[in-house]
Design a protein around this ligand. Structure first.
Ligand code: AKG
Ligand code: FE2
Length: 371
């Protein structure tokens, strides 16, 4: 992937050359109440608002999304309990044991910079990641089996033991299942937004390659230099559905290189487009750079859900997104799993781009002070 250097208020960052920042100074709010309205014209109104937000900003809030306040409170409570565990208990699910980017990343562990020299100290955050499993999919049939994929991304999660955190797995899988279905619904709206039949993407979301993550951003010490909780980056999958608590930290970069605060809004999620959807739409949907820095003195928790399509799905740029004014930008086709694995391995540098060879019993060993 060729890169270019972008000057930001916080220094220069390397971004993919094809990323074009959007011209915006606020983040639109989209009401999903009519997302499933019986009248197609009403559904198209929602879709057209979404198209504008995706093409101009790459970020938007959603309200009336159908996920109850109770479910959101439950997953945030679970996050509080998880991160309050002693480090050695959290390290029992350390991501370094995982072949497919699942598990716990300690403080200063994860980093989004591709250059360790530039960012030796890592993110001021902790994270716990899970991926698709059948028990977290409300659409999965009783006799379904988890597919295998060439990129080696499907596979088991690393859960904390139930005696360590009773009910945690059930709570997270329940939340995962609800957001997964919201993601499937949103993909139908995205299809309409792109002037495609609503069911256009239905065939590639049987076992969606979707990750979800609990995040914890401790407060910075007073007088300390600003230390990012997550450094500037774009997300990798199709789109992200983020639940943040009431502590502000998330910022989104616009075309004037200003960071626009995505302030928390009660009962709203933040949705943003990821690199894979930008690729798929020939750059029409923007995958926008963002970061999170917690300068509030309070603890902050957030729960992103990265919606992606089946890892085995092979995708080419949508023909309807190629025109004289917007000629084809990317060679294709691309397998979703290969694309995501490549991107994830730049974040967790010691995890390889290639799927580990299970036959040889390879696993991924990560140094927690580096990865
Ligand atoms: O915590 C947030 O507000 C953003 C997290 C994020 O951007 C990510 O995990 O990719
Ligand atoms: Fe992100």
């Amino acid at each position: 992937m060729s890169t270019t250097t972008l000057k930001t208020r916080f220094g220069e960052i390397e971004v993919a050359k094809d990323i074009v920042q959007g011209d915006f100074d606020t983040i639109p709010v989209i009401d999903l109440a009519n997302m499933k309205h019986p009248d197609l014209a009403e559904r198209k109104k929602v879709a057209s608002e979404i198209y504008n937000a995706c093409a101009r900003v790459g970020f938007f809030y959603i309200k009336n999304h159908g996920i109850s306040e109770e479910s959101v409170t439950k997953i945030h409570d679970a996050a509080h309990k998880y991160f309050a565990l002693p480090l050695e208990k959290k390290m029992e699910s350390f991501m370094g044991q995982s072949k497919n980017f699942r598990g716990y990343t300690p403080l200063l562990g994860g980093h989004q910079s591709t250059d360790l020299e530039e960012n030796p100290s890592g993110n001021l955050s902790e994270a716990f990641d899970i991926g698709y499993e059948l028990a977290g999919d409300r659409q999965a049939k009783i006799d379904d089996v988890l597919p295998s994929d060439d990129a080696g991304l499907y596979g088991s999660n690393i859960w904390p033991r139930d005696e360590v955190l009773p009910g945690f797995k059930a709570t997270f899988l329940d939340y995962y299942g609800q957001i997964l279905d919201l993601g499937r619904d949103l993909l139908r709206v995205f299809a309409l937004a792109l002037a495609l039949p609503e069911d256009h993407f239905d065939g590639v979301v049987k076992h969606p390659g979707s990750l979800s993550r609990l995040m914890f951003y401790p407060p910075q010490k007073v007088g300390m230099d600003e230390h990012e909780g997550i450094t500037p980056h774009t997300d990798y999958e199709c789109f992200t559905i983020l639940s943040q608590d009431e502590v502000p930290a998330l910022q989104v970069l616009n075309a004037n290189n200003q960071w626009i605060m995505a302030k928390p809004m009660k009962n709203h999620f933040v949705v943003n487009i990821g690199d894979f959807f930008s690729f798929w739409t020939n750059g029409i949907f923007k995958s926008t750079i963002h970061r999170a820095t917690n300068l509030t003195g309070q603890q902050r928790y957030s729960v992103p859900f990265f919606f992606g399509v089946d890892y085995n799905a092979t995708v080419s740029v949508l023909e309807s997104c190629i025109s004289e004014g917007n000629p084809a930008k990317y060679p294709g086709p691309v397998k979703a799993g290969d694309y995501v694995r490549k991107q994830l391995s730049t974040t967790y540098v010691v995890h390889g781009e290639e799927a580990p060879d299970h036959e040889k019993g390879q696993s991924l060993v990560v140094n927690p002070t580096q990865a």
